[in-house]
Design a protein around this ligand. Sequence first.
Ligand code: GLA
Length: 454
Amino acid sequence: MSCELSETATPEDFARPRWVGQPDVLERAQRLSQKFEEAYGRAPVGVWAAPGRANLMGEYVDFSGGMCLPFAHQYVTLTAAAPREDGVLNAQSMQDADESVADDRPRSTRIDDIEPGVISGWFGYVAGVSWGMNRVARGASAHPVAVPELGLPTSFGADLMVDSTVPIGAGLASSAALECSVALSLFSLNTGNDHPNDALRRALARACMDAENYIVGANTGGLDQTASLRSHAGEILALDCRDFDVVRLPADPALAGLTWLAIDTRAPHKLADGQYSSRRAECEAAAAVLDVPTLRDALPEHPTPDDAAAVLDRFDHLLEVGAELTEDRENTRLRLRHSMTEMVRSVQIADELHSDSPDWAFVGRLLVEGHESMRDDCEVTVPELDAAVDGCLSAGALGAKVVGGGFGGSVIALVSLESVDRLAAAVQLCFAQNGFREPLFLTLQPSEAGRRIL
Ligand code: GLA
């Protein structure tokens, strides 16, 4: 696979790249409202939106307490909602007509009947949120305190209609966008509060995580839901996954003439769920060898590359002297190396973004290191992702990396504003040369978190 470009190539030499247009959120919300009325015979009380996310660094470390650097992007999932008084939750989707995501499983349940293992398909994300809210309310989740405001009374029910502008299955957190828009709608219908503060948003994010972990059955780590509910326009979040504290980093690449380009490779997801869980299990096995609660605890407060190397040496030593390991030794060591170096890279980028004029070239180099680690140590990339990164770099991007869980999905690249078209054309050509599906291109802006729209 090669994505070397000739120096003289111009955009006109290549097939025209396909761009995903900017979402017209208000227009979509109005249309959704009408569809709601057609479906349920009454107007919704409101429409809520929650975005997907990108992540600069900190992949596969959220469940190990590492630092992630996400931002919410401008593509959102919308939920139109109205309350019921019979404890029933109904949902329909505007994507039902799309055969690739539609399913014909029931989308109606009594909220009291929701429990792990009973709901499948996309309705699991929706129903799971109401279950997760009650769990957080009574203090049964990993959230540090009970948050009674999230509790839904037994008689509470709702009719919902959802619509997504987030490309589905593209690694840009369409699932979290769905969960979080539902969470905001249910919370608001029940409490009348349309402006939950950060503490409530953190609790709602936990409810959405619980929905995903227990009702959907995906063992994910909270990065996506936190970004969707707690981001700010024009900022990156420094998210410490030990306690889900966030520090806001007002870092706008546009000030340096740069932007975030996303390439949805459209590579088919294969075996992704089992692979994600096995990566997590290997990280937990490494933590057990090191005798720490999570891998983050193996590093000092402000870790350096030397600290990461020292943890690997300690791991090797502990195995030499007979420590027990429950997973494959070679794989576990690779995942440990990814986790340690990734946690250090997150801290390095966060430090850089604290400065008034960040060195974006340095950030770009770290993005590439992050991608290489995802490819070689975490082993979650596919040829399309590697080609997209190669294509971006050979056409002059400052950096590029896979975003999210990998096994397909998207790459984000840091690129100069004037080179965006040329870069997209280069990646397009590279994909054509390799016989891959045609990719989709999006420019991503750090955008505001979930909110009421109508
Ligand atoms: C998915 C999961 C997240 C996170 C990323 C990888 O998006 O939902 O919790 O683990 O993968 O960084």
